[in-house]
Design a protein. Structure first.
Length: 470
């Protein structure tokens, strides 16, 4: 019997358990710290850390740099992009191990606390040149311990039949994006107006606030599940031929998903470098910080996700709603328009001029509408399509597309200095649009295999009941 605790009689927080409030605010401050640091990372490396007088001080950086460059020296911008790609990629790999640590050794609560402490330490270590690589390691490990386990605790606040769970994750997501919207403005202002290390320090303080909120609400959170002994085994029927085929297809689609997100994942990387150098970042004659573009994107992202939920509900009342693959195709095609806007803006800008901010805002709008139909829909697609016996593993593999996508973006961002800006952004558009084409082919070729199992079995029974043609 499951040890998951349900508090169906607790409606103290907008009709939800009080524990949700603590988890949502904990996550808001954790995301404040995470995105506050990530927004500064590439610009900090280019403008200070990799310059003479600083780069020599980084402990272990010489062999680390040699491993990245492979005998082909990189510019500071390309190197910063590669480091960013490696860091953000590994952030999506470590939660798998954080889940194992929680399930088999420490329990979820202790693992979350450990993750928060490691992340706070990582932010504060960013204050010193010498500890830069150690800081990134702490942040990667800390995020791995924190990220997946706190989401699991949100789910554990509800019973399996409690209909409030979906609303709970929407509230939790609002907390995430509240941190994303505010963080770049605060850390960016401190970094530019005082010093880079003040920006990183603010991220560290945010992480400590997150930890305090989490610990103060501990009595309202679900207890850790009893960990299974080695002798405990769950009998599982072998996978059917159809289930094996579905699993292979889902794994084969991971590189396509990686291509579908390159436009979005570039926002924290080369996009900021290009915007700082080449865009007219002024509103009513007042220059804005480059980092505020991240806040703009977070605000637009929240708005477009909400609007897409409303739009598809409205659409479903009048016409047939597209399936997940259909929405992925639509999302990629719309998302590809984002980098095309940047390419147009760059190509229409006179030599020596600055690209209008309007082109950047159009990029964020199209990118975020597309992304609203890619990331959450992709997760729902994998969760629904995966065979039940290995659903957890398949969903875990789904996040590897972000691991691979960020690694690729780290390399692709380094090409900014090697090609015209219009061509650079068209490459991103082609990759995202190319993913749409592959999804379209898969939908036509394997759509019958990827339909819900019940639908597949009904169709099969109908076919078998038909007279055999002679």
């Amino acid at each position: 019997m499951s040890e998951v605790t349900s508090v169906t009689d607790d409606t103290a927080f907008f009709g939800h358990p009080k524990g949700l409030a603590y988890l949502a605010f904990t996550e808001a401050w954790e995301r404040f710290s995470y995105y506050g640091m990530q927004t500064l990372l590439v610009l900090y490396m280019i403008h200070q850390l990799l310059l003479p007088g600083h780069v020599e001080n980084i402990a272990g950086f010489v062999p680390f740099r040699a491993a990245i460059e492979h005998g082909h020296p990189m510019s500071d911008q390309a190197l910063a992009s590669a480091v960013f790609g490696i860091y953000t990629a590994l952030v999506y790999l470590t939660p798998f191990f954080g889940g194992l640590l929680a399930d088999r050794v420490l329990g979820r609560t202790k693992t979350i606390v450990l993750g928060a402490c490691l992340m706070a330490l990582g932010h504060f270590l960013m204050a010193f040149d010498q500890s830069f690589l150690a800081a990134l390691l702490c942040l990667m490990l800390g995020t791995g311990c924190f990220k997946g386990n706190i989401a699991t605790q949100v789910s554990q606040l509800y019973s399996e039949t409690d209909g409030r769970r979906a609303d709970a994750f929407q509230i939790f997501y609002i907390g995430i994006n509240a941190g994303v919207i505010v963080a770049p403005a605060v850390t960016g202002f401190l970094a530019h107006e005082v010093a880079w290390h003040w920006g990183f320090g603010a991220a560290g303080v945010g992480m400590l606030i997150s930890l305090v909120i989490y610990l103060s609400g501990r009595r309202f959170l679900p207890p850790d599940e009893a960990r299974k002994t080695r002798e405990t085994r769950v009998a599982r029927a072998p996978l059917t031929g159809r289930e094996i085929g579905v699993s292979v297809l889902l794994i084969a689609l991971l590189p396509v998903l990686s291509a579908s997100v390159v436009g979005n994942q570039e926002i924290f990387n080369a996009y900021l470098v290009w915007a700082e150098r080449s865009a007219d970042l002024q509103i009513f004659g007042h220059k804005i910080l480059t980092e505020l573009l991240i806040s703009v994107d977070a605000f637009v992202s929240v708005s477009t996700i909400a609007l897409m939920v409303v739009f598809w509900r409205w659409w479903a009342k009048r016409w047939a709603e597209p399936d997940e693959l259909g929405k992925l195709i639509i999302g990629c095609l719309i998302g590809a328009l984002g980098p095309i806007c940047l390419a147009l803006g760059a190509s229409l800008t006179p030599a020596g001029g600055k690209t209008s901010l309007g082109w950047l805002l159009a990029f964020h709008l199209f990118n975020d509408i597309g992304f609203a139909n890619v990331l959450p829909v992709g997760l729902a697609f994998y969760a629904r399509s995966a065979p039940r016996a290995i659903a957890g593993s398949i969903v875990g593999l789904y996040y590897l597309h972000l691991f691979a996508g960020n690694l690729f973006v780290g390399w692709l961002g380094g090409q900014l200095e090697k090609m015209p800006a219009a061509q650079f952004w068209l490459v991103h558009a082609a990759l995202v649009a190319g993913a749409a084409v592959v999804f379209l082919v898969v939908r036509f070729a394997f759509g019958h295999l990827l339909r819900p199992a019940a639908s597949f079995e009904d169709d099969l029974a109908t076919d078998l009941a038909q007279p055999t043609a002679r």
